[in-house]
Structure formats: C-alpha cells, structure tokens
Design a protein around this ligand. Structure first.
Ligand SMILES: Cc1ncc(COP(=O)(O)O)c(C=O)c1O
Length: 364
C-alpha cells in the first residue's frame, strides 16, 4: 500500500462555518470542567467515531489501509488548521518524541535557548544532548527574544506556557531569531484550539491534540519548513516514514518519503479515528471567536478574584499549599495544580456559570 500523496487542503474543504454557540452543542458535558489544559473533552462526533471503530475492529473489519486513509485526512485537516501545506506535516504520538528529532540534529556544542519552566517535553530532549556538548540556556520567557545571540542555533518554546497560560511574544521571538540566524521550534499544544495559530511563521512546530483540540491522546503533529527539515536527521524513521509505506516494512534498504512524512512515527490507529471529527470541528470554527469566548471567561475570573486581567484562556495564580485547588475540587469543579500554582482553563463547553462557581468557591 502506498500512502496517498496529501492533496492540498483546498481539495478537502472544511465543513460549513460553525459558531461557538453551535459548537457548544457538540459536547455531552463539561459543566465545571476547567481542565482543557490538562485533558480536553471529546465531542459527540468523536465519541461516535471511536465507538464505531471499536465495533468495526471487533467484527474483524478494521484494516491498516482504512486507518491510513483516516490519518491522511487528519494530516490535511491539521495542515489547514495551522496554515501550512500537508506535505509539511509529519504525524506521531507525543511532542517529546518529535522534539527529540530536532534535538538529535542540533550540531555538537551548539546552543539551544528555552524559557525557564517550559514544559519538559520541550526541554528534556535538548538536555539529553548534553553528552554532545549541546548547551541549553534557560531564560525567563519575557527575556527570550532579547537573549538570542549569534551563538544560538535554536530557540525552542511553547506558544502558551503550560504552567501559567502566558502567551509568548512570537513576533518578537521570531524576529530576533531571524536577525541572529537562529531557528525556531514552537510547541503549540496549549494554543491550537483556543486561538488562531500560524505554524508557517516558525521553522518547526509540535502539537499534541488531546488538550484544546479534544482528540484522543496519541495524536501529535510536527511541522517543518522544507529548508529546516533538510537540516534534520529523521532519527525516528520506521516503516511509516517510507516513501512507499508497505514497501518499507523490511530492511535492508531505506527509502524515506521526500516530504515531511519522512518524520512520521507509525500512528496509534484508533486515536486517529477520534481525531478526525475533532480536527474538523476546529477547522470549521472562527478561532478568533473561540479566543474571544475563552478569554472573556478567563478575564471574568480574574475580575472575580481581584487579579489583573490576563487575556488568556488559562488563568493561574500562586497556590503553593494547594488550598485553592482543594476549594475548587470541594465545590465540584475540575481544575489542576502545576508548579505551585492553581490553574484553570476555559474552553468551548464553559460559560459564565463556571466562572461564578469558581469565584464562589474561592471567595466565599
Ligand atoms: C506545552 C505542552 N506540550 C506538550 C505536552 C504533552 O507532552 P507529550 O506530547 O510529550 O506527552 C503538554 C502537556 O501538558 C504541554 O503542556
């Protein structure tokens, strides 16, 4: 079987534009669930697709070729969602694995600049290259752009910080990197789904879709410009990275795909079935409208707690002892605690009732 060459997204138009109000009707629950930043929720379409797939599998009717078609449709959909062509998208299961491909290609002794406290899947792959002399310099997120120097080979950062929800100044970071001849790798896991994301502005991106895109865990994407991809060794290559996937099942020769598919890691099949309606939903939405909805709720919570407005879908504040998280939990709300902070997230299924319940729990 040869995996079909991805066709441009325009050949697979998204469904009709959907409003936030309409999208909200696709969720079964979500009342009091303030944890999209930990684990997103599936729509009824994702649940139905996964149930149907499990039954098909049980009947002995699931097959690799069918799953490959799903994967290619999702690849095209994700490409469309983040503004790149499908030939620039590789698929895999975790961001750390994809960041590790970039890390393995950092030249010996080169510098990688990362924000202090970024999510470890974006940091550890580079720290793990210390034996080759790769230097990981960590600076505060706000200092990232001015800290790039001519010695920096790569700036690796999350567009939205996992622990705090802070949105990186991508304009300043990419401009500074370009000025100094450094490459950029951006993790959009905590951004794609609640705000517009343009992956084309970075040399490479990684995104795991189980949070804000509501896909099952195990559906991750890597994008890279053709020029940056040429600098990378496809260190994870397996059968799925071959030009002809089924012709690549055995050695001794390796003939990898010419496009970004050479970075593919073989898919966790059922997860991709659930991802298809998930990605389609977000392709159908105006992400500026989703951002307005989520930020309105985040800012309303800030108002209720007497915090400065953050303009973020994720709101976090110091909670070293976990008291506030315990209060939210006791009130029946699902929130999270990270890096000594309480953290809540607002997504499509949330509304002002969730804000009111959180404020009542925290400021009784
Ligand atoms: C920014 C970011 N990237 C990635 C991940 C997930 O990492 P992985 O895909 O390696 O499991 C998370 C999870 O919280 C995250 O916040």
């Amino acid at each position: 079987m040869t995996v079909a060459t991805p066709t441009p997204a325009s050949a697979h138009p998204p469904r009709l534009p959907l409003s936030v109000a309409e999208a909200r009707t696709r969720y079964l629950g979500g009342r009091g669930y303030l944890a999209a930043c930990t684990l997103g929720l599936p729509t009824i379409d994702t649940i139905a697709a996964m149930r149907a797939d499990a039954e098909k599998w049980a009947r002995g009717e699931a097959c690799a070729a069918g799953y490959a078609e799903v994967v290619e449709r999702v690849r095209i959909g994700f490409a469309d969602l983040v503004g790149v062509t499908p030939d620039r998208v590789a698929i895999g299961s975790q961001t750390s694995v994809m960041a590790a491909v970039v890390a393995a290609s950092v030249p010996d002794g080169a510098e990688v600049l990362v924000p202090t406290g970024d999510f470890s899947s974006m940091v550890f792959p580079f720290l793990a290259q210390a034996h080759r002399g790769v230097v990981v310099r960590q600076v505060a997120l706000a200092d990232l752009a001015p800290s790039v120097t001519a010695n920096t080979w790569l700036v690796a950062f999350s567009l939205v910080q996992s622990a705090t929800g802070t949105v990186a100044d991508a304009d300043a970071i990419t401009a500074s990197a370009r000025r100094h001849g450094a490459f950029t790798l951006c993790d959009t896991t905590q951004a794609t789904g609640w705000m517009p994301v343009d992956a084309a502005r970075f040399d490479a991106t990684v995104c795991h879709s189980y949070k804000w895109l509501g896909a099952p865990r195990g559906v991750a994407f890597f994008t890279a410009t053709s020029a940056f991809a040429d600098r990378l060794n496809p260190a994870n290559a397996g059968w799925y990275a071959g030009e002809d996937v089924w012709g690549s099942c055995y050695g001794p020769a390796m003939s990898l795909a010419a496009d970004a598919r050479r970075f593919d890691v073989s898919p966790a099949w059922p997860a991709w079935v659930g991802a298809e309606p998930a990605i389609d939903l977000f392709r159908s939405l105006d992400l500026a409208e989703v951002r307005a909805h989520t930020v309105r709720l985040g800012d309303a919570l800030c108002d209720g707690l007497g915090l400065a407005r953050l303009g973020q879908a994720i709101v976090s504040w110091p909670d070293a002892g976990g008291t506030d998280l315990a209060r939210l939990t006791a009130a029946g709300l699902t929130a999270s605690g990270r890096a000594g902070r309480a953290r809540v997230a607002f997504h499509l299924w949330n509304d002002s009732d969730d804000v009111a319940r959180a404020v009542a729990a925290l400021r009784p």
